[in-house]
Write a protein that binds this ligand. Structure first.
Ligand SMILES: *[C@@H]1O[C@H](CO)[C@@H](O)[C@H](O)[C@H]1NC(C)=O
Ligand SMILES: *[C@@H]1O[C@H](CO)[C@@H](O)[C@H](O)[C@H]1NC(C)=O
Ligand SMILES: *[C@@H]1O[C@H](CO)[C@@H](O)[C@H](O)[C@H]1NC(C)=O
Length: 320
């Protein structure tokens, strides 16, 4: 009889334990959502949170004037918004080696001190396509992440690269675009704020209004005309970004593009890449328990012939 009571008591304790655990988890999720909403409201139409009002007005004015990617004032503003590499020791638990990284190393050899651009960089660690290059081969670069909370994590691990909390624009002008928050699936473009239709995949929930710069602007702001590796993963408007780049002003050796969500489809991407002088190096179908993806890796064909002129970007810009 005593044994039955004991069993009964144990069951009750277990039930209480499970309930408490469940309540705790729920509270955690709800708290996360509240924080996200607070940030969202704070950020809505407020680019560059934490920086001064003057910068915001300036950006809005440049949007209103629809200035070009290499407009001097826009490039100067981007310089102010890009954050420098951390000087602390990088705090990361893993150094992922993604299939893209293997391809980059295969194409460029174990090149040291290269320069990359990664968009979206996410938290700078999970499935990062550039952390290995930075940590093991001494590369540096620019990490672009539009989601404010994820960007905070990215800064917190102290990567030794420049970072910017913005999106890569789909056009040759600065813009404010609504991007889905990472909490609701992807941290990527919700809808085409300036002229487009809402993306149905994300339901009615709003994202964050994010300042977007053309890649040209960011490269000019960093006085860079040569990039060894560009990693693009922005869930759908990769081709718009690629089309916005001034290929006569910048050289990019290797480009990886995640094309699963690409609106125009894989063939359009391949066709475009060929017209601008790239060949397909690899087509990766990646899958693990909770993640599936397709990525194309392109290699610039015959780049030496394309660029043999001066290497001073500011000179070529001021003459443009
Ligand atoms: C930009 O245009 C919007 C709408 O036309 C206007 O409300 C805003 O004041 C303008 N901002 C600046 C800084 O000119
Ligand atoms: C936004 O919508 C316009 C008009 O529908 C379209 O031309 C443009 O390519 C779209 N841009 C993006 C980034 O989806
Ligand atoms: C990857 O999958 C796509 C379609 O899902 C297919 O077209 C492509 O050939 C596959 N690539 C490889 C390397 O298996």
């Amino acid at each position: 009889m005593a044994r039955v009571y004991l069993l009964y008591a144990l069951c009750n304790i277990l039930t209480i334990f499970i309930t408490l655990k469940w309540l705790h988890e729920r509270k955690r999720i709800v708290t996360k959502e509240i924080i996200r909403y607070r940030y969202r409201n704070q950020l809505l139409n407020q680019p560059f949170s934490g920086s001064d009002e003057e910068l915001r007005l300036k950006f809005q004015l440049l949007i209103n004037k629809s200035v070009d990617a290499l407009d001097e004032e826009l490039v100067e503003l981007a310089r102010q918004v890009i954050e420098p590499p951390s000087e602390r020791r990088t705090k990361a638990r893993t150094v992922p080696v993604t299939p893209q990284i293997k391809d980059v190393i295969e194409i460029l050899g174990k090149k040291r001190h290269g320069f990359f651009v990664e968009c979206g960089a996410y938290d700078g660690e999970s499935a990062s396509n550039t952390f290995y290059l930075e940590k093991r081969l001494g590369w540096s670069g620019l990490l672009i992440e539009s989601d404010y909370l994820v960007y905070t994590k990215l800064r917190a691990i102290s990567r030794h690269s420049y970072t910017i909390n913005a999106c890569l624009g789909p056009t040759t002008h600065p813009e404010m675009i609504e991007i889905s928050s990472s909490a609701i699936g992807g941290g990527k473009l919700v809808y085409n704020g300036t002229y487009g239709e809402k993306d149905k995949r994300f339901g009615d929930r709003l994202g964050d209004m994010v300042p977007c710069f053309p890649l040209d602007t960011l490269l000019a702001a960093m006085d860079r005309r040569h990039v060894d590796y560009l990693s693009l993963d922005v869930e759908g408007y990769e081709l718009d970004i690629l089309r916005s780049i001034s290929w006569d002003k910048f050289i990019i050796d290797v480009i990886s593009v995640e094309y699963v969500m690409l609106k125009e489809g894989k063939k359009a991407l391949k066709d475009y890449m060929e017209t601008i002088g790239y060949v397909t190096f690899d087509d990766i179908n990646y899958s693990d328990e909770d993640f599936e993806s397709s990525i194309a890796v392109y290699q610039q064909y015959n780049e030496e012939e394309k660029f043999s002129g001066s290497s001073d970007i500011s000179r070529s810009m001021s003459s443009a």
